[in-house]
Ligand binder design. Structure first.
Ligand code: ADP
Ligand code: MG
Length: 140
C-alpha cells in the first residue's frame, strides 16, 4: 500500500530572530553588548528604543555587579510572537539584583528602576549553577 504523507507547510512571517553572544565582564564587554544589541535590533527592523537601553542596563550590571573574573556573561535577544525578550546571564547566581529607591541626587541605583519603567516585564531566573539570568520583555 502506498501511503501519502503530507508535508505540513509552515509559513513564517519573519525568519527566526534569535541572537546570542558571550562577552567579557568588563566595560568593553558591556559596551559591545550595547552596540551588538543595537545592530541586531536594527537588522530585525525592530524599534531601537526602549530595548537597547534595557539591554545596556542589564549588560552593565552583569559586567559590574555580576562580574566573576575569568567568566563571561551572555547576552541573548529573541523574538517570540510580538514580544522581544532580552536575557543577560552572568555567573554570579548567589548575588541577586536588588532594585533600589535612589535618592534624587544619587549617581547610581537607577538601572533597574529604568528597566522596570521601560520593559513590560522583567525578572530573574536562577541557574543552572552558578548562573543567573536577568530578563526583560518588551512588546513590539
Ligand atoms: N547582575 C547583577 N548581579 C548582582 N547584583 C546586581 C546585578 N544587577 C544589579 N545588582 C544589584 O542591584 C543594585 C541595583 O542595580 P542598578 O539599579 O542597576 O543600580 P547600579 O548599577 O547603579 O548600582 C546594584 O547596586 C547591585 O547591588
Ligand atoms: Mg546598573
Amino acid at each position: 500500500m502506498i501511503q501519502e504523507t503530507a508535508t505540513p507547510e509552515v509559513r513564517l512571517d519573519h525568519p527566526i530572530r534569535n541572537f546570542s553572544v558571550q562577552l567579557s565582564p568588563t566595560p568593553r564587554g558591556a559596551r559591545l553588548a550595547r552596540l551588538l544589541a543595537t545592530e541586531q535590533l536594527r537588522s530585525w527592523e525592530i524599534p531601537l528604543d526602549p530595548a537597547r537601553q534595557v539591554a545596556a542596563e542589564l549588560a552593565a550590571n552583569a559586567a559590574t555587579h555580576g562580574r566573576v573574573s575569568g567568566r563571561d556573561f551572555r547576552l541573548t535577544l529573541y523574538v517570540v510572537a510580538d514580544t522581544l525578550r532580552i536575557e543577560v546571564t552572568d555567573t554570579c547566581g548567589d548575588r541577586p539584583p536588588c532594585p533600589q529607591d535612589p535618592t534624587p541626587d544619587a549617581e547610581s541605583g537607577r538601572g533597574l528602576v529604568l528597566v522596570e519603567a521601560l520593559a513590560d516585564r522583567w525578572g530573574v531566573a536562577q541557574g543552572p549553577h552558578p548562573r543567573k539570568t536577568v530578563w526583560a520583555e518588551c512588546a513590539l
